[in-house]
Write a protein that binds this ligand. Structure first.
Ligand SMILES: Nc1nc2c(ncn2[C@@H]2O[C@H](COP(=O)(O)OP(=O)(O)OP(=O)(O)O)[C@@H](O)[C@H]2O)c(=O)[nH]1
Ligand SMILES: [Mg+2]
Length: 492
């Protein structure tokens, strides 16, 4: 459409609007005159009805147009409580070096007051090529490597108005076997003030998830469709339209760019021979620069609170994972200790009964210790109840435990040579190990002493005669036996 036709259409539209306005005003005046001619009581009734309609109309309008509440970013703990948790982990002997380093980097960047922008996206979407286009000087000086990026690197870039940026090139996500690299990239994205998410076509479900994950941390985001040179104008417009729909509410802007990259082609020379040529494509990234300019306009200081929130939220997750891991290791240690005590107790019994009875004091103390580890308060009554329930479960389960133990005697030849009593000792190891594991898993998941849940897990574990668990318990039983023997020999 030419400019002239567009102007003509606009003029017609304005004229039509004016005509409508006049008509409406005339109608309103006529209505007002008729309204005034009505008797007073009718004026009041009609007035009231009109008022109700107006109020209803306004509230519908408000409901439709009300400002949407921003989705709340993932919660972040305050710095002090996070440091306390990390300190507690350190005291338990867990390595917290990475978490400490993250906090130190948080402070370092705050003090540096520079704007950090991370490029993020799947492998081969053109992140490194974009760095090359955004920071040509910086890359010439450092290693402008081609190929897959395997670590995080920073480059000095500049916006068209001269404002400096620190650009982070990160490994691409979704590389086969590249989980560690991906985690590295995600952490760097959280550390940046803004993120450019690169794609090279429609967003796959995983890419859309990744975008949502980033925006969930409240990260200012741009979605850049790279390799735009691969489509014609109509295709590009369609793609952009779809991407805008997918990124709505997540990315501040969606732009199409060509980061460049290299292209190969054949050149026919005058003598008829053919030559392979590789050259750099000319980058076209103006829309991205504009969007970046707007996104980073507030400056490092104003963008810092959001960045800090994202880093602390990320640290919260990582600390939580480490806490779970540490607690699981601690629970395993406790369970082992009690399984061993149960074996020692069984070996010390003068004549093993044919029935297996859980040693009550030992079971209660195991329950108490595991509950405390998981921060679950359990009264004495609850603990006793729990042990009683476990005994009931075992009444039907003891034959299973004995059968599993019997098989283990055959499977682990060393065990079979030990002689009488060892069958029972091993069954007790199995029972205490199962009980401890069942309870620990239930506590970790439910955060309460749930008899039913732990009971179901106990039954399953008693019958589970696979895996390295039996081997470990066999070793434990043999060790206890040998120690007892050594004790006897020493005592003789
Ligand atoms: N057609 C076209 N190809 C591009 C463009 N930008 C990059 N490429 C090509 O895409 C491929 C991957 O580019 P890289 O910059 O290495 O991609 P990356 O995202 O850094 O890849 P990883 O580091 O493996 O995650 C290269 O072959 C580039 O030449 C572009 O704008 N258009
Ligand atoms: Mg790369």
């Amino acid at each position: 459409m030419t400019r002239r036709t567009r102007l003509l259409l606009a003029a017609i539209a304005v004229a039509a609007l004016l005509w409508l306005l006049f008509a409406a005003a005339e109608r309103a005046l006529a209505l007002a005159q008729r309204f005034l001619a009505l008797p007073a009581w009718l004026q009041w009734t009609l007035g009231a009805v009109l008022l109700v309609f107006a109020a209803a109309g306004l509230s519908v309008l408000w409901w439709l147009l009300r400002p949407r509440r921003r989705r709340r970013p993932v919660p972040a703990p305050d710095r002090a409580s996070l440091e306390r948790r990390i300190g507690a982990l350190r005291e338990r002997g867990t390595g917290t070096g990475e978490l400490d380093a993250e906090l130190a980097e948080l402070d370092r960047r705050r003090a540096a007051q520079r704007v950090y922008v991370a490029l993020f996206g799947e492998i081969s979407t053109g992140k490194s090529s974009l760095i090359r286009a955004l920071a040509p000087g910086a890359l010439a000086a450092s290693d402008a490597r081609g190929g897959t990026t395997r670590d995080v690197r920073h480059y000095d870039g500049r916006l068209p108005d001269g404002r400096p940026l620190v650009l982070a090139d990160v490994p691409g996500s979704r590389e086969a076997g590249g989980e560690a690299h991906e985690a590295m990239a995600r952490q760097e994205a959280l550390r940046a003030h803004a993120v450019v998410y690169l794609c090279a076509g429609d967003l796959t479900r995983t890419q859309a998830d990744e975008l949502r994950w980033l925006s969930g941390f409240g990260k200012p985001l741009l979605l850049a469709l790279n390799k735009a040179d691969q489509w014609n104008e109509a295709e590009r417009a369609q793609l952009l339209e779809r991407l805008r729909r997918q990124a709505r509410g997540h990315a501040a802007a969606v732009v199409a760019i060509s980061a460049g990259g290299s292209e190969r082609f054949q050149r026919r020379l005058a003598d008829g021979s053919v030559e392979q040529v590789e050259r750099q494509r000319t980058p076209a990234i103006a829309p991205l620069l504009q969007a970046l300019d707007r996104l980073t306009a507030p400056g490092a200081e104003k963008l810092e609170p959001l960045r800090e929130h994202a880093v602390l939220a990320g640290l919260h997750e990582r600390t939580g994972a480490l806490e779970t891991q540490t607690r699981a290791a601690e629970a395993e240690r406790i369970v082992r200790k009690y399984a061993r005590r149960a074996v020692v107790g069984a070996l010390a019994a003068v004549a093993p009964g044919s029935d297996l009875v859980i040693q009550g004091a030992l079971a209660a103390s195991l329950t108490r210790e595991l509950a405390a580890l998981h921060g679950v308060r359990a009264t004495e009554v609850q603990v006793e109840d729990f042990v009683r329930q476990a005994r009931l479960t075992l009444r039907t389960g003891s034959s299973i435990a004995l059968a599993v133990a019997g098989n283990a005697l055959k499977a682990f030849p060393g065990l079979g040579t030990l002689g009488g009593g060892v069958l029972h000792a091993f069954a007790y190891a199995l029972i205490f190990d199962s009980m401890g594991r069942a309870l620990a898993a239930s506590l970790a998941e439910r955060n309460t002493l749930d008899q039913e849940d732990a009971g179901a897990r106990l039954k399953a574990l008693l019958a589970d005669d696979h895996g390295p668990r039996l081997r470990e318990l066999a070793t434990l039983t043999m060790e206890a036996w040998r120690e007892r023997d050594a004790g006897h020999a020493g005592g003789d």
